[in-house]
Design a protein around this ligand. Structure first.
Ligand SMILES: O=C(O)Cc1cc(O)ccc1O
Ligand SMILES: [Fe+2]
Length: 477
């Protein structure tokens, strides 16, 4: 790819209409589709919303390419639904099922070194709701890969926008809009329809691993796909105009393009996810041939360490919505198709408060993953692992955490021992049968709530708690 022209790697700033050109003057001035574009480029509009959506929510970009996207062979079916799912309606029950229990999985296993698995083949659906064909619902996937995609391959997804959360290994996304480097502790959003290639950065590249000290024998992470709407920053209400994910920290690629076309070279392979099935087409030219673009429908990158975390500085544990990084609003005010929420290192100073998450029965469904370290509500939640607490299924701190936190001295504490995240959705999720049969499913998960000590004493209103703090807690911040 021809390198972006300026020293700063990315464009920044949420909510704008951005523009980028890899050759000076490549963007047409004062119009979108001149009879002949500068440098003989072809104008192409990519829509993220219907043409007539109100201006404040309307998303589209103009791309100026060497050849239009349409020059490819017909798509043929490469893989039916199964490993990947996009229909969670009851008609699709062969692949997924209603499962009201709390579930937990150990770290996503990496593929064996002798079996190359790239991002497209290493994705697997865990759970979801709705149906991509109705443009409504969500899917949650994990990926475990040990190989870059072929350098002449591109992936696109008609079913939804994908928020990718690397846990291990840095991903390098080459997109139609330019490249984004995505190390663990950062996330990338690729809106539906945008072609991209995923390469694994060489060991040591990027800003370090999610799991501190982990050796990169591959890459793994989590994907939240929304079949409806798009990710945006949450409203801040009384917080005011700053905080949480600040708009200036959202990064966008700069235009960069493949400038070679060899008649003799292997064809490009375009893999397209459409209603959960993978289709393949070939093309004689690179899809990464966009010399300039402008618009507001663009992939973006965010470093989770830039998150400006809010918390209670008096008493009580706030609702986790205070940690929302991105939200995909539904038509029902305040109820997200899905939220992406993090539990980052932060000060905990609340007085007279049980500081870990409270016990709860949430009408929203919660899927959590662990990027590095440990989580303050659970002892056994491992980096690369995940959990699912379905709509209205009770959960909360495990017995050891409850005991320790009920007796803890309430000095200000710098919680700096982990980064967990949550995909929270208003939908009821069906769980993929493959995920329920996975060897990393923790069949004993429910036992973490066995032995929660009963502190009730009808004779004393002010109970003094003296419990033995389990050894796991001695080393935690
Ligand atoms: O279940 C969890 O651990 C996630 C969570 C965290 C929190 O601080 C409050 C509510 C909640 O669901
Ligand atoms: Fe929860």
């Amino acid at each position: 790819m021809a390198a972006p022209p300026s020293d700063s790697e990315y464009l920044t700033g949420w909510g704008g209409h951005l523009e980028s050109e890899a050759l000076p003057g490549a963007l047409p001035r004062a119009q979108n589709n001149p009879q002949v574009c500068p440098y003989g480029l072809v104008a192409e509009q990519l829509s993220g919303t219907a043409f007539t959506v109100p201006r404040s929510m309307n998303l589209r970009s103009w791309l100026y390419r060497i050849r239009p996207s349409v020059g490819h062979s017909p798509y043929t079916l490469a893989e039916p639904e199964g490993r990947l799912l996009a229909d969670f309606s009851s008609a699709a029950a062969a692949n997924c099922t209603a499962e009201p229990n709390q579930l937990r999985w150990g770290p996503i296993p990496l593929p064996p070194p002798d079996k190359p698995v790239d991002f497209i083949r290493g994705l697997e659906t865990v759970a979801g709701a709705g149906d991509a064909a109705r443009k409504d619902g969500v899917a949650i996937h994990v990926y475990a890969v040990n190989s870059s995609m072929n350098s002449r391959a591109a992936f696109s997804n008609a079913d939804g926008d994908m928020l990718i959360v690397p846990q291990l290994g840095t991903l390098v996304l080459k997109t139609e809009f330019g490249s984004l480097t995505v190390p663990p502790r950062s996330v990338v959003v690729v809106p539906r329809g945008i072609k991209f290639n995923v390469a694994l950065a060489a060991a040591g590249e990027g800003e370090g691993e999610g799991e501190r000290g982990a050796e990169g024998a591959g890459a793994r992470g989590y994907v939240l796909e929304i079949f409806k709407g798009h990710f945006t920053l949450p409203d801040l209400g009384p917080i005011g105009s700053n905080g949480l994910a600040n708009p200036r920290d959202i990064k966008f690629p700069k235009a960069a393009y493949d400038d070679t076309e060899e008649a003799t070279a292997e064809p490009w392979v375009l893999t397209h996810k459409y209603m959960g099935q993978l289709f393949e087409a070939t093309a004689a030219h690179s899809p990464f041939n966009v010399v300039a673009w402008h618009g507001n429908y663009v992939p973006f990158l965010y470093c989770l360490e830039d998150f400006c975390c809010m918390n209670s500085v008096t008493y009580d544990h706030p609702d986790p919505s205070i940690y929302t990084v991105f939200t995909a609003p539904s038509d029902e005010p305040g109820t997200a198709v899905a939220d992406f929420v993090i539990f980052p290192p932060r000060w905990m100073v609340q007085e007279n408060t049980f500081r870990p998450p409270w016990y709860h029965v949430n009408v929203m469904s919660e899927y959590m993953g662990m990027i590095w370290g440990s989580y303050d509500a659970k002892v056994g939640f491992q980096p690369g692992g995940s959990s699912l607490h379905p709509c209205l299924t009770a959960h909360g701190p495990d017995a050891a955490t409850f005991a320790a936190a009920s007796a803890a001295a309430l000095a200000p504490t710098h919680f700096n021992s982990g980064l967990a995240f949550m995909f929270e959705t208003g939908a009821m999720l069906r769980v993929s049968r493959r995920a329920l049969a996975a060897r990393n499913l923790d069949v004993d998960y429910h036992k973490c709530w066995d032995g929660i000590p009963v502190l009730f004493d009808a004779a004393r209103r002010d109970v003094e708690v003296e419990v033995e703090v389990p050894a796991e807690f001695a080393k935690r911040g």
